[in-house]
Write a new protein. Structure first.
Lengths: 409, 482
């Protein structure tokens, strides 16, 4: 394993890596891969709108009379909708996001889902994150991308989950992705002085343990990442200054850190953030409107910050949610678990506008009160993998899915 | 490495797996038992166990005396809010202030409960009861404060798990189905014949008893009908069956047809072979090792059925079995934050957990009474992220540098010889589960000889070095493993 040389290099500060593999890996990292688009410094930011974002009160079909019939207690009044066209518009709290849309920075893909949808949060979240609906798969689609992408093997930060728990989408075979919920918590306390650090590196350099455990190698690797990562990350992202005003929300704080990472020398290509919970079985308007407002304000601040540092075209943001919600509202002013919903792509490379088929609520696109999908989410993933990350999508998605034309230039 | 649950390498011998273990009964075996059946053991507790046999020790774990578990002072319930007078007629600002005040009270209550439970895990004379309570809390999940689950109700639920910790799983499932916190958390309290809510019915089968693939969507709908009318009385906050909300029509559920109510549903569920397999897997994952072989699951499922889902006789077999004490099971689980924190206080032999441990545990990813979702804490490799590892090591650093360390009876009494001190540290904290040269490396750290060039340690600060040595031992890979 690769832990030995790291520990020597990072801990003693003396032995600056007399290790040929390491030097080679560094050199390789500085060399662009020829012939592939996306082999430069592009970043994909994935935002999980966790809990099941209700698509119909997010991208509101204000031109569809059925919407107002079946959602009397929670419908967004036509005059409140931020009109995109005569059929759909955005939730009234998404004014900042609407401005990005009007600048052609936002693509809305409508009616996204997958065959035989599962209504369980856990299973459907797993399906969106593994991109495998019909069997249990342990690796995530971005984990498989990372495993195959020839990114610098010695860089701990090729991908970072800005979350406390590593999401399934970043679970890989060969790549261990750090999760960093907040920079303040991502550091070993200072009393881990040089003496303790050195002894620690000696202690863990030996792996001849008098017992076996299916988790032993993983623990050792993670402990190494904890030590090395907490020392390296603050240095890598130091020196970044920004006067962007982010909203004082968890998403705002995460996106501020994301902008700093993008603007640093960490070489990060993939970021993950979670926002929610959108599981609005009761009193949906209060909760979902607030969450969408937080999303809209934070994303606007993020792209403002990125633009001020010349990074806005480097970052493609994509949202997803495990499912949309039931077409009709329930008696509690909420909606139950449903099926298809829209997702957003923002920023780098995106050609703004509406994609996919606008749902027809009274028509044939329904399945027992749920919206049938018209675009397979793996088509969106395939487009992002091929057009933005510059990798073949078939090995990542275990098959070929048609790309969405024009979505990413 | 992929997340999830991982099975140890090597072969299972299913024919001898559940036969009582006859190997050596020593510190290593006793520590293993207490890490699994409890939250670790103090050096004094281990010493006492070794004066008895393995069989007697397991008997003590199973047949524990009833223990007082009164709550930590007054807990906030709805009456606390109502006692302040009616909300009606108040202007919007006053009303908001009163509700905000109530929320603050709730949070204080929950913090007190979290701290209370951690200390209970530490000092209970019935560790297995508390360990099962902790399993059931993450299994039949309910989160406090959301959906009007007040601190008083979450304590009531916690006590219910404690009362049934080694009881009958079928009976427990029925009382959980009537538990006010559960009725609120999974929305059955608002389920009616006109609008059946499927949330509880689905999770009852998916996460609590059968697992996916062992029921149909139609079974979810039909059982949701059977549970309609199981709700809570708003004034007393306790379970009631409301006949006006109940659907008393005929339902067909898992192949049976009848005018079922919730208790019939539970009965039918516990007749399914998938149910015993589901619980066998749950118990094996919790006590023995992850992703157990189907043959081992079958053997334990058979044991559950034979004992009519009584936990005490099943755990009595499991905790003294060959497979439980096997090398394959040894250190084969990842410690949860609660096990890590409580186990650390146990290892030092300290009498009381500091309230700051609650916040430290949040950074490790576990907040008692707030499971991340209805599926509970995923466990296994999900506990192994660099962020969580940093939080674990920082917790230990904070603890070893606190004044409370003087309460550790053995740490301040360590031998002055660095070599002997290193031996005691690695034996007491890790049962010697380290590479052989760790002893010399730690001794060299303790006597400061390794650091002469850096000059950070001097022979005078023995105590500081001992604390640093304890910190280093607890940063070793084995210490993350149960």
């Amino acid at each position: 394993m690769k832990r030995g040389p790291f520990l020597l290099g990072a801990l003693s500060g003396l032995t600056v890596v007399a290790n040929a593999d390491h030097v080679f890996a560094r050199a390789l990292a500085d060399t662009p891969l020829p012939g592939l688009p996306g082999a430069d410094n592009r970043v994909l930011l994935l935002i999980n709108l966790q809990g099941g974002n209700d698509g119909l009160n997010c991208v509101v079909p204000h031109g569809d009379p059925t919407y107002y019939q079946v959602r009397q207690n929670i419908a967004v009044a036509p005059s409140d909708v931020l009109h995109i066209d005569a059929r759909v518009g955005l939730n009234p709290r998404m004014t900042a996001f609407k401005k990005l849309y009007d600048k052609n920075m936002v693509a809305i893909v409508q009616g996204v889902g997958y065959p035989a949808p599962d209504h369980s949060h856990f299973r459907s979240t797993e399906i969106w994150q593994t991109a495998v609906p019909d069997r249990y798969e342990h690796t995530g689609w971005l984990g498989r991308y990372l495993d195959g992408a020839n990114l610098p093997a010695d860089n701990l930060f090729n991908a970072i989950a800005l979350a406390q728990v590593l999401p399934e989408v970043l679970v890989a075979q060969k790549t261990d992705v750090p999760s960093v919920a907040a920079l303040a918590g991502y550091g070993l306390v200072s009393d881990r002085n040089a003496a303790a650090r050195r002894t620690y590196s000696e202690l863990v350099a030996d792996n001849r343990f008098p017992f076996q455990s299916p988790y032993l190698a993983h623990v050792a690797e993670i402990e190494d990442h904890a030590q090395r990562g907490s020392e390296e990350l603050p240095k890598l992202i130091a020196g970044y200054t920004s006067d962007a005003a982010y909203p004082a929300t968890p998403l705002g704080r995460s996106l501020a850190l994301a902008a700093q990472i993008v603007g640093s020398r960490s070489g990060t290509r993939v970021l993950y953030i979670q926002h929610g919970s959108f599981d609005t079985h009761v009193s949906q308007r209060g909760t979902q409107d607030r969450l969408l407002g937080e999303f809209s304000d934070a994303i606007a601040a993020f792209y403002g910050d990125l633009a001020a540092h010349g990074n806005d075209t480097r970052v493609l943001t994509m949202t997803f949610s495990e499912f949309g919600r039931r077409i009709a509202s329930n008696a509690s002013g909420g909606t139950d678990h449903g099926e298809a919903s829209p997702l957003f792509l923002i920023g780098g490379g995106v050609k703004g506008g509406l994609y996919g088929t606008t749902p027809d609520l009274g028509g044939v696109q329904t399945n027992m009160g749920n919206l049938k999908y018209t675009t397979d989410f793996r088509s969106v993933y395939a487009t992002v993998i091929e057009r933005w990350l510059g990798r073949p999508s078939a090995p990542v998605l275990f098959g070929n899915y048609p790309q969405i034309g024009g979505l990413i230039s | 490495m992929a997340a999830g649950l991982h099975r140890p390498t090597g072969q299972l011998d299913v024919t001898t797996a559940l036969v009582p273990y006859a190997g050596p009964w020593n510190e290593r075996a006793a520590s293993h038992l207490m890490r699994r059946a409890g939250f670790g053991a103090t050096p004094g507790e281990l010493h006492r166990m070794l004066t008895r046999s393995m069989q007697q020790t397991v008997d003590d774990l199973i047949h524990f005396p009833p223990a007082d578990a009164s709550p930590p002072g007054e807990l906030v319930d709805l009456q606390t809010l109502l006692a302040q007078g009616p909300l009606r007629g108040l202007d919007a600002d006053t009303r908001r202030q009163r509700l905000m005040g109530f929320r603050m009270e709730e949070r204080r209550s929950i913090l007190a409960l979290q701290h209370w439970w951690l200390n209970r895990m530490l000092v209970t004379p019935a560790p297995l009861q508390e360990k099962m309570t902790f399993l059931l809390h993450g299994h039949f999940t309910t989160a406090a404060i959301q959906k009007n689950v007040t601190p008083a109700l979450i304590y009531q639920q916690n006590q219910l798990y404690r009362d049934n910790a080694l009881g009958n799983l079928r009976d427990l499932t029925l009382v959980v189905s009537k538990d006010p916190a559960m009725l609120l958390y999974l929305d059955n309290a608002r389920s009616s014949k006109a609008h059946p809510n499927e949330n509880y019915a689905r999770e009852l089968m998916e996460l609590f008893t059968l697992g996916r693939g062992n029921y149909s969507e139609e079974d979810v709908r039909q059982s949701a009908r059977a549970f309609t009318g199981w709700t809570i009385n708003r004034a007393t906050q306790q379970f009631v069956q409301n006949p006006r909300l109940h659907d008393d029509g005929v339902k067909t559920f898992l192949g049976r047809t009848g005018n079922f109510d919730g208790s019939d549903i539970v009965t039918v569920i516990y007749q399914q072979p998938a149910c015993s397999a589901f619980w066998a897997t749950t118990l094996l994952n919790w006590f023995v090792y992850n992703d157990p072989e189907p043959q081992l699951v079958d053997a334990v499922a058979h044991l559950l059925e034979k004992n009519d889902y009584q936990l005490a006789p099943v755990l009595s077999v499991l905790l003294r079995s060959n497979v439980f004490f096997s090398e394959r099971a040894y250190r084969a689980l990842v410690k949860s934050p609660a096990e890590f924190v409580v186990g650390t206080y146990k290892a030092f032999g300290m009498p009381e957990i500091d309230p700051s441990a609650v916040r430290a545990m949040a950074q490790m990813g576990q907040v008692l009474f707030y499971p991340p979702n209805v599926a509970g804490w995923p466990g296994g490799a999900a506990w192994l992220t660099s962020q969580m590892m940093i939080a674990r090591q920082n917790f230990v650093a904070g603890l070893v540098n606190s004044a409370a360390m003087q309460q550790s009876p053995w740490l301040s009494a360590l031998p002055r010889s660095a070599g002997q001190a290193a031996g005691v540290l690695l034996q007491t904290i890790l049962q010697g589960d380290v590479p052989q040269q760790s002893f010399a490396q730690l001794a060299s750290y303790l006597d400061g000889s390794a650091e002469s060039a850096l000059g950070t340690l001097s022979p005078e600060n023995f105590e500081l070095r001992v604390r640093g040595g304890a910190y280093l031992a607890m940063a070793m890979p084995a210490y993350q493993l149960n």
